[in-house]
Design a protein around this ligand. Structure first.
Ligand code: MLC
Ligand code: AMP
Length: 503
């Protein structure tokens, strides 16, 4: 509970010395693309992004390639407000396609290349994209199977621009920029619509809190289809006028190579990445960095200590969500407390709901609502505050500890799995009568997905076949690693399954 000792607002803890809360302007730059384009015009020769295929790419090249792609998209008939599915591994080509969509005013729907046909079919049916962009042949085939009439183009969009001149960078802060799909209790993922203003406020807050400047260089091995890699890593780099080394996939040795070879200053990762990094004989290289950040899932206090012992780094743990970008962070200058997610970020208001202790949030970074889901909005917002579904407690200095979840969510390796979506798939397998999916503790993944299965009378369910069935319909990280047969699921007097009794 907040007490008199907590500075007002609590996030003033994040401000550099001399900056007053009243000086904070999270709208600096107007919109995300305005800010980026302005920086590229002012420092065209500056190296911004590196990938293994293209080497270093300057601001001038980013501006030109994204502009050319935006014109190609317009020539293909993509208009402002229309949705474009984007998928692929992190690299300059994916980034320029993403930036092109935003500069045109199209709405990006990031997709995980691991999504199966059924998952894509839902996304496509819901978002109604006019186009999909990807270079991944598996994804192309799955798009084709999920929606045969959907136009799919490669990320380079045909190279040279074609089509008439078109106005770029014209969207305002209120226009939708991104739809991030996230599940929930319904089992069917819903789209969180983030505006250009939300995305800008989100990164401006982090620029202040993390002292993110043009001198910084991030090693970015996170996928670019979730908030962590995209809304924080990529957008933050571009908005800070900084640079990033993009790695197409996470590999601890490749991360450490990049740290050494490119004189990096920052690394952001999920706890599973740190589990693997500390196993490297060269983990000490992380000690060269200015800032090491963990998020998306809880970082165990023991891992926090282990990283410090090996590298001298006190990791900055922070807390975020698709719908809100980042909410809280441990301070860069100040006490970094293991086991807490720190203090509300600049411009972000956090409080706990009385009675339930659910974390509620309000701020310019918080999305406006779900795509075509007024029913979900009505549940998610309470008098202008967004319900995070996380349960927390504040200490006397405003540090937040997440103590549980009001929502049913499993986080495995930083990816979110909503049990309902998995249960729906498993229940459709012949012979299965009831299913309850829970997360069980795992040192490597944080949690692992576990399915408790009740079979129909007289039926036999082969767990290997069930796993294969699930793997054909769900992205690999959602597929249960454990199958536990049971006679009956534990239920309370009202018939509700008591998942906390399942292990
Ligand atoms: C991969 N596998 C996973 C998994 N990732 N299983 C469970 N959970 C995961 N997260 C599967 C693979 O398909 C494979 O299955 C097996 O595990 C071994 O794979 P691997 O090669 O060891 O895994 P790898 O590809 O290296 O992936 C591990 C990882 C990745 C940690 C690098 O999971 C990852 O990038 N996580 C980050 C996710 C992220 O960006 N989250 C941010 C969400 S935004 P098989 O069957 O083939 O053996 C958000 C908001 C916020 O949450 O606050 O940031
Ligand atoms: P997503 O829906 O993918 O955006 O994931 C958001 C959820 O991830 C939050 O609601 C939290 O439950 C969880 N999360 C993010 N960061 C942390 C963290 N540092 N510690 C614990 N949980 C986290």
């Amino acid at each position: 509970m907040a007490t008199m000792d907590v500075p007002e607002p609590p996030w003033s803890l994040h401000l550099p010395e001399g900056q007053e809360p009243g000086d904070l302007d999270l709208t600096t730059g107007g919109t995300l693309v305005h800010r980026w384009v302005d920086l590229w015009a002012r420092r065209p020769e500056r190296e911004v992004l590196h990938d293994p295929d293209r080497g270093w790419i300057t601001g001038e090249v980013l501006e030109r390639e994204s502009g050319d792609k935006a014109r190609s998209l317009a020539a293909m008939g993509v208009g402002s407000g229309e949705r474009v599915l984007l998928g692929g591994s992190a690299g300059v080509d994916l980034v320029t396609a993403h930036v092109a969509c935003l500069r045109l005013g199209a709405v990006v729907v990031p997709t995980n290349p691991a999504y199966r046909e059924a998952e894509l079919a839902h996304l496509i049916g819901d978002a109604e994209p006019v186009l999909a962009l990807t270079d991944d042949p598996r994804t192309v085939a799955r798009f084709g199977a999920a929606a045969p009439s959907l136009r799919v183009e490669p990320l380079h969009l045909g190279g040279e621009p074609h089509g008439p001149a078109v106005e770029l960078d014209a969207v305002g802060p209120g226009s939708p920029a991104l739809i991030g799909y996230t599940s929930g209790t319904t089992g069917r993922p819903k789209g969180a619509v983030l505006s250009h203003g939300n995305l800008l406020a989100g990164v401006n807050s982090l620029r202040v809190a993390w002292r993110w400047t043009s001198e910084d260089r991030l090693v970015l091995a996170l996928p670019l289809f979730h908030m962590h890699g995209l809304g924080v890593g990529l957008h933050g780099t571009l908005a800070a006028g900084a640079s990033a080394v993009l790695l197409p996939r996470f590999d601890p040795e490749a991360v450490l190579d990049a740290v050494a070879a490119h004189e990096a200053t920052m690394f952001f990762g999920v706890p599973t990445m740190y589990n693997r990094l500390v196993e490297s004989a060269r983990a000490g290289l992380l000690g060269r960095l200015r800032l090491v950040v963990s998020g998306s899932a809880p970082l165990p206090a023991a891992m926090h200590r282990r990283i410090e012992e090996l590298t001298g780094q006190r990791v900055v743990e922070r807390y975020g969500m698709t719908e809100t970008i980042m909410l809280a962070s441990n301070p860069v200058d100040g006490d970094r407390r293991a086991g807490t997610v720190g203090v509300a970020l600049p411009g972000v208001d956090l409080r706990l709901e009385e009675g339930t202790d659910e974390v509620l949030v309000r701020g310019p970074n918080v999305f406006g609502g779900y795509w075509r889901r007024p029913d979900a909005d009505a549940e998610a917002f309470e008098s202008g505050w967004f319900r995070t579904g996380d349960v927390g407690s504040f200490d006397e200095n405003g540090y937040l500890t997440l103590v549980g979840r009001a929502k049913e969510l499993i986080i495995t390796g930083g990816y979110n799995v909503y049990p309902r979506e998995v249960e729906d798939v498993l229940r459709s397998f012949p012979g299965v009568s009831e299913v309850a999916v829970v997360g069980i503790p795992s040192e490597e993944w944080g949690e692992e997905v576990c399915a408790h299965i009740v079979t129909e009378a007289g039926a036999h369910v082969d767990h290997g076949e069930l796993r294969e069935y699930a793997a054909a319909r769900l992205a690999p990280y959602k597929v249960p690693r454990h199958y536990r047969p049971t006679e009956a699921l534990p239920r309370n007097a009202l018939g509700k399954i008591q998942k906390h009794r399942l292990t």
